[in-house]
Ligand binder design. Structure first.
Ligand code: UDP
Ligand code: LCN
Length: 775
């Protein structure tokens, strides 16, 4: 254990012994319990009366240790701190309040203390299941800097390069890998003639001389036969120029490897033709599904990715000089009672693609619930063979992807964007309380299995992996946790694993473009949108009305789930007279009749909406619009809100990524976004929008009111914020370090190839080199 935090706490306790003792005694005075960070700082504030002294302690080591403490277990006379020095790093310190001695402890020891607050019997059970996945983690090197988290691909390129460098025989795994490449049994890149690295190196030199004499754009087939004689197969390129280029890159790698050539060479290899994506959550369809329970951004995201992936794979196949047909299948569940959607159809071509389909496989047959969901044979049948890559999305898609990837022996990637564990505070220790409703025990176990089984993990943001200074990341929260009575996870995932790669989603530019691009505006929707916003009579699509149409509109759109906190926003608005005098409120969410909902949370939220509208007498200032399913019209709706010089508010209690935020920003709407989760990484507070605290409604609604007050005084202000938001979102989508999502996404597909190589290379300094085991 790194002793720095422990040492600095020991110093702090020495320096501020009197205050520290009083502060810790304050914790123990209330008996055993779990204490959260706010309470720790509050304790210092309450125990030190003198302002100067208080500031000194708060800013000193004691204040700093306590403010980076994620939680503390109090079992008098001990206070056991879980200190998160920086994202991804945690230490556990046991403080004896009687003598203020400090003892570093291990994660299992800490977890046992924590468990004793919930299930004292289970802690004593020597046979309690303890999960230590870190113990298998010896094949792969790990990142060391927090700032490198999520850049796995770069890291692996560098690492592989260093291992390949120097001696020719080190390149044997690379040669073996090339020899395995084929498409439907037809060899690609090289054949058995080139069975040693030195033969390969010589052949590359001969081919280079030969190709130099050919016109740059001469097609591969005209010299195919000659290359074959020397041991080269298809896949190097479509023209003499491209083939020569690819061969040069490989020659350079064999001579003096560098990470850039390495990444570029792997990016050129023909390895991916067929992909299966599992997205079995909610209603997976192309129309009329958005806003239905559990059906939102994931559907949008996957459909966008399929289009981008297909385009990219086609481009690459052409460049490789092949004429293979790629195939992408999004496998989802077939829902017989499809509520007017196409979710009861087995096969549906994906719009704007050439070879991609949604394949729906039933979970139920006429005989009842299927005991086993055998999508594998269906996939193999439709694809006429095994896929080259299996991707999963969200907990259920990921566990299915893991099982199928293992069964078929195929590379697996996972995407979650939303892991449930962080959405509900202490959902792990309280799993029993929630299990009937949310099945957390199953969900967290499934997540743990698939994130460990995966060859690579694609995340939307840094915070999804390792959080922020204040809050642990979604994956990070699976590093060490416990479900008392079920299992103790002492090492669940390592956020420094290079398998993590950030590829931020973007918003479809043809749908979400700035309100100022007048000639592109979808004016044909304007009469409908005008009705949607302003028609006075209530109907099935809208209720409430806006008496003063000249006011700007604050707008939000989300599924009507508790965590989306749309009711929170309505309440903040209801309570804040100043805000009500400045703007109207429009929300798109759910629908109005709770008895028609089959979703418990949605039902409760619908009722709450009605109550709040009554309680705060909001009629005349609020427009509640039912879930909207037309993407193009929604794009125009954001722009019409921008026409009123309004704003978008994303008030979620926790948001994994938040597609609506980037949609709104792309349309030029100033945004106010929750500081809990992904949106806080997208928007720079006070520059390209604003952060709001969903747990502090008054502060948040005042921040929104201040913005509109300022807009009234300073005419240019609204335009400035709108432009800054647009600027930020363009940078985010295009320039962000992780490049364009599409490009990056494809690059990731090669991650595994590197990994195989790395595992095959001997690490000289005596470290173990066994390949990483799968769960
Ligand atoms: N959406 C929609 N109609 C609605 C509610 C949401 O079309 O009534 C769309 C919204 O435009 C966005 C997606 O659904 O594209 C929601 O994604 P987000 O990431 O905001 O949240 P999620 O629902 O995935 O948690
Ligand atoms: C799931 C979520 O909860 C959202 O935050 C994301 O934006 C969406 O998936 C798309 O990735």
């Amino acid at each position: 254990m790194d002793l720095r935090v422990a040492d600095s706490l020991v110093d702090a306790l020495k320096q501020s012994r009197y205050h520290a003792k009083r502060c810790f005694e304050r914790f123990t005075a209330h008996g055993q319990r779990l204490v959260k960070p706010q309470e720790l700082i509050y304790a210092i504030e309450k125990t030190i009366d003198d302002k100067q002294e208080r500031t000194k302690v708060l800013e000193g080591s004691l204040g700093q240790t306590l403010s980076s403490t994620q939680e503390a277990v109090v079992i008098p006379p001990y206070v056991i701190l879980g200190v998160r020095g920086s994202p991804g790093r945690r230490e556990y310190l046991q403080v004896n309040v009687d003598d203020l001695s400090v003892q570093p402890i291990t994660p299992p020891q800490y977890l046992k203390f924590k468990e004793s607050l919930y299930d004292n019997e289970w802690v004593k059970d020597e046979n309690a299941i303890e999960v230590d996945l870190g113990a298998f983690d010896f094949g792969m090197p790990h990142l060391t800097l927090t700032s490198s988290i999520g850049n796995g691909l770069d890291y692996i390129s560098k690492f592989t390069t260093s291992r390949l460098g120097g001696r020719l025989e080190n390149a044997k795994p690379l040669l073996d890998h090339l020899l395995t490449l084929n498409h439907h049994g037809e060899k690609l890149m090289i054949n058995e003639t080139l069975d040693t690295v030195s033969k390969l190196q010589k052949a590359l030199i001969v081919a280079d001389v030969y190709l130099s004499a050919h016109p740059r754009n001469e097609q591969f087939r005209s010299f195919e036969q000659k290359l074959k004689e020397w041991g080269f197969e298809k896949g190097w390129g479509d023209t003499a120029e491209r083939v020569q280029e690819t061969m040069k890159i490989l020659s350079e790698i064999l001579q003096a490897p560098d990470p850039i050539s390495m990444e570029s060479f792997f990016g050129r290899l023909p390895v991916i033709f067929n992909i299966v994506i599992f997205s079995i959550h909610g209603y997976f369809g192309q129309s009329d599904v958005l806003g239905l329970p559990d059906t939102g951004g994931q559907v949008v995201y996957i459909l966008d990715q399929v289009k981008a992936l297909e385009e990219e794979i086609i481009r690459r196949i052409k460049q490789q000089g092949l004429n293979a047909k790629p195939r992408i299948l999004v496998v989802s569940r077939l829902i017989p009672d499809a509520q007017g959607t196409k979710c009861n159809e087995e096969m549906e071509p994906i719009l704007n693609t050439m070879h991609s389909h949604i394949l729906r496989v039933p979970f139920r047959t006429s005989k009842g619930v299927l005991r086993q969901w055998d999508a594998a044979s269906k996939v193999v049948e439709v694809m006429e063979g095994k896929p080259d890559l299996i991707l999963g999305n969200y907990t259920d898609g990921n566990i299915v992807a893991s099982l199928m990837a293992k069964k078929l022996g195929v590379t697996q990637g996972t995407i979650a964007h939303a892991l449930e564990k962080t959405k509900y505070e202490d959902s792990d220790v309280n799993w029993k309380k929630f299990d009937k409703k949310y099945h957390f025990s199953c969900q967290f176990t499934a997540d743990l299995i698939s994130m460990n089984a995966a060859d690579f993990i694609i995340t939307s943001t840094f915070q999804e992996i390792a959080g922020s200074k204040q809050r642990p990341g979604q994956y990070e929260s699976h590093a060490t946790f416990t479900m008392p009575g079920l299992c103790r996870v002492v090492s669940g995932i390592n956020v420094f694993d290079p398998k993590f790669n950030i590829a931020s989603p973007g918003a479809e530019q043809s749908v979400y473009f700035p309100f100022t691009e007048k000639e592109k505006r979808l004016t044909s929707f304007h009469p409908e949108i005008k009705e949607l916003l302003f028609k006075k009579e209530d109907n099935d699509e809208h209720m409430g009305y806006l008496a003063d149409r000249t006011k700007p509109i604050i707008f939000s759109m989300a599924r009507l789930d508790t965590v989306k906190n749309i009711t929170g926003l309505v309440e903040w608005y209801g309570k804040n007279k100043r805000l009500r005098s400045l703007v109207n409120l429009v929300v798109v969410a759910g629908f109005f009749d709770p008895s028609k909902s089959k979703d418990r949370e949605e039902m409760a939220e619908i009722k709450k909406m009605h109550e709040l509208i009554e309680k705060y007498k909001l009629k005349g200032q609020i427009r509640w619009i039912a879930a909207q399913t037309d993407r193009n019209r929604n794009g125009e709706l954001y722009r019409c809100i921008a026409d009123t010089r309004g704003a978008f508010v994303q008030p979620a209690l926790y948001e994994a990524f938040g597609l609506t935020v980037i949609e709104a920003m792309n349309c030029g709407l100033p945004t106010f976004v929750t500081n809990q989760g992904g949106p806080a990484e997208i928007v720079v507070d006070g520059v390209s929008g604003y952060h709001i605290d969903p747990n502090n409604g008054d502060e948040s609604s005042n921040k929104i009111a201040d913005f509109f007050t300022k807009c009234k005084v300073e005419e240019e202000f609204w335009d400035r914020v709108s432009r800054a938001g647009l600027q930020r979102i363009y940078e985010w989508q295009i320039n962000k370090e992780n490049k364009q999502a599409k490009q990056r996404y494809i690059d990731l597909l090669y991650d595994l190839q590197f990994k195989k190589l790395v595992n095959a290379i001997e690490i000289p300094d005596g470290a173990t080199t066994k390949p990483q085991e799968q769960v």
